[in-house]
Design a protein around this ligand. Structure first.
Ligand SMILES: Nc1ncnc2c1ncn2[C@@H]1O[C@H](COP(=O)(O)OP(=O)(O)O)[C@@H](O)[C@H]1O
Ligand SMILES: [Mg+2]
Length: 247
């Protein structure tokens, strides 16, 4: 198979600093279409920065970042919006608007960014809320939702544009084990049913092992390892072994 056609996301010699602090050093890896990659690493090692680079919320100091055929580091705003439309992202905090109902939180991006009719928008909202098990909660305000429900709401919002690519930062942070595994189930379903390409930053090895096809391990800003969990279990780097091992 042609490798470029098969690649959804590619980081090619990417480096990123903030002031004097170098966060990512010459990081290269790619994510195949339909693949789920889990990014593991200690706190502060550049995992969230890596996701933000992938949707061009940040620009690398060096290197290329491709989404499908587009190098997003070179795109004009309008072109970038076109590429971003293929992507859904769920940040660490679900980032819902507190003053809007769940329904309106989902309707807002659809009203703003598409010319879909009111009726079409309602169909999409019902569909994505059904997908994440919140069909009966659309009139609720974010404060009325539990932590797990807020994550699911954030996921629903990430799904409204039926993204080919999902970028997810710490899906299970702040959730109990059972609620976290419900989120894992949703991600797994998204991958198997819709073949969505996923990059998931996680501390949760259970989640990583269930959902991830491969792990990318960052250590001090470098890509320390890339491979299946089985491949990395006996890796020479102790940090890698600790991060991918069953906890
Ligand atoms: N916008 C920013 N401005 C300055 N420093 C940042 C910014 N974003 C991240 N950093 C720094 O980059 C490093 C990596 O951050 P991050 O990717 O959030 O780590 P993590 O691996 O825990 O997700 C941290 O030292 C953080 O303080
Ligand atoms: Mg982070």
């Amino acid at each position: 198979m042609n490798e470029t056609q098969d690649t959804a996301i590619a980081l090619d010699h990417v480096s990123k600093s903030f002031g004097k602090k170098q966060v990512l050093r010459d990081v290269s890896f790619s994510v195949a279409r339909g693949e789920a990659i889990c990014v593991l690493g200690r706190s502060g090692t550049g995992k969230s920065v890596t996701l933000k680079l992938m949707i061009a919320l940040l620009k690398p100091d060096a290197g290329r970042i491709s989404i499908d055929e587009d190098d997003i580091t070179q795109l004009e705003r309008k072109e970038l919006s076109r590429v971003r439309r293929k992507m859904g992202f769920l940040f660490q905090s679900a980032a819902l608007f507190d003053s809007l109902t769940l329904h309106d939180n989902l309707a807002l991006p659809l009203r703003r960014l598409t010319d879909k009719s009111k009726q079409e928008i309602e169909v999409i909202i019902d569909h994505v809320l059904g997908q994440v098990g919140l069909a009966d909660d659309k009139g609720k305000m974010p404060v009325e939702l539990s932590g797990g429900m807020q994550k699911r709401a954030g996921l629903a919002r990430a799904l409204v544009f039926e993204p080919q690519i999902l970028l997810i930062d710490e899906p299970s942070s702040g959730l109990d084990r059972i609620t976290a595994s419900e989120i894992d189930d949703l991600l797994l379903e998204q991958k198997t049913k819709h073949h969505t390409t996923m990059v998931i930053v996680t501390h949760d090895v259970h989640c990583a092992r269930r959902v991830g096809d491969r792990f990318a391990v960052l250590d001090q800003g470098r890509l320390a390892a890339l491979g299946t969990p089985q491949e990395l279990e006996h890796h020479e780097n102790e940090t890698v072994r600790m991060l991918v091992g069953e906890s």
